[in-house]
Design a binder for this molecule. Structure first.
Ligand code: ADP
Ligand code: MG
Length: 259
């Protein structure tokens, strides 16, 4: 857990073994649009970082750069001490250490829930089918959908699909899990069942980056809340400080709209 601000942790990331993800001077354009502006960010092992900010501020792009789904213009991104290459085989290996849970679940529609969860471990991690299935059933039980393993995604509710997607991400034993608005596509009554699973995960020490508008989750589960606006990290603080005493006008303005 850390309450560090960017300025306090700006030196020597490699000397800190607790450091898991580090971004330094990361910039990203889409054409003329400067979407990430000199982003510096350190995430320590076991930390739960919630990212909030207005639509279009660069939150999804930030997540996507962390596993290099999105190339960056310049800057450095390291994962567990290794700099992420921009392409090639090493990238696939590093990327498999970064799990991602999307707003739209992104389960493979033509495969059973069980096959969705075992695919990565068998194909990418080289696990035997029987072992992968046993582990998948354990994970599906853990997120409360063990009895849905044989079904196709379309047969599950949105909340069940998203919990299965979390099990699928966990099956790869990622070092860090990124969640990009994981409850935004859900019917309201299913939001809490997904947030509960995420809170339990956070309590087990999983390193998590969570983009969300669920301020209750931020207050109860985050170690640190980051406010992004126009491609910049404007402010970051432990949730108690962030919500009680935001320092910047932009943060205050944002909070006045969402709280
Ligand atoms: P957020 O997740 O905070 O809503 P995004 O990271 O999705 O913001 O987007 C940041 C900005 O970049 C927005 O203005 C968005 O329209 C733009 N953008 C995102 N993805 C692309 C893309 N693939 N091509 C062009 N512009 C993009
Ligand atoms: Mg987004």
């Amino acid at each position: 857990m850390t309450a560090s601000t960017a300025s306090e942790t700006a030196d020597d990331p490699e000397t800190t073994s607790d450091l898991l993800v580090s971004l330094r001077g990361v910039n990203k354009h889409f054409g003329e649009l400067h979407v990430l502006r000199d982003v510096d960010l350190d995430i320590t092992r076991g930390e739960v970082v919630v990212v909030v900010g207005p639509s279009g501020s660069g939150k999804s792009t930030l997540c996507r750069t962390i596993n290099r789904l999105e190339p960056i213009d310049n800057g450095r991104i390291t994962l567990d001490g290794t700099e992420l290459p921009s392409e090639g085989k090493d990238l696939a290996a590093l990327r498999s250490d970064v799990g991602m849970v999307f707003q739209q679940f992104n389960l493979f529609a033509h495969m059973s829930i069980l096959d969705n969860v075992t695919l990565g471990p068998i194909r990418v991690r080289g696990r035997k089918k029987t072992a992968a299935e046993a582990e998948a059933r354990r994970l599906l039980d853990r997120v409360g959908v063990g009895d849905q393993a044989h079904k196709m995604p379309v047969q599950l509710s949105g909340g069940q699909q998203q919990r299965a997607a979390i099990a699928r991400a966990l099956a790869m034993e990622p070092k860090v899990l990124l969640f990009d608005e994981p409850t935004s596509a859900l019917d309201p009554e299913m939001v809490s069942e997904v947030l509960e699973v995420m809170k339990e995960l956070a309590a087990t020490g999983m390193t998590m980056v969570v983009v969300t508008h669920e301020m209750g989750f931020a207050k109860s589960a985050a170690h640190r809340v980051i406010f992004m606006d126009r491609g910049q990290i404007v402010e970051q603080a432990p949730p108690a400080d962030f919500f009680a005493a935001p320092r910047s006008d932009r943060t205050r303005d944002f909070l006045s709209k969402v709280l």
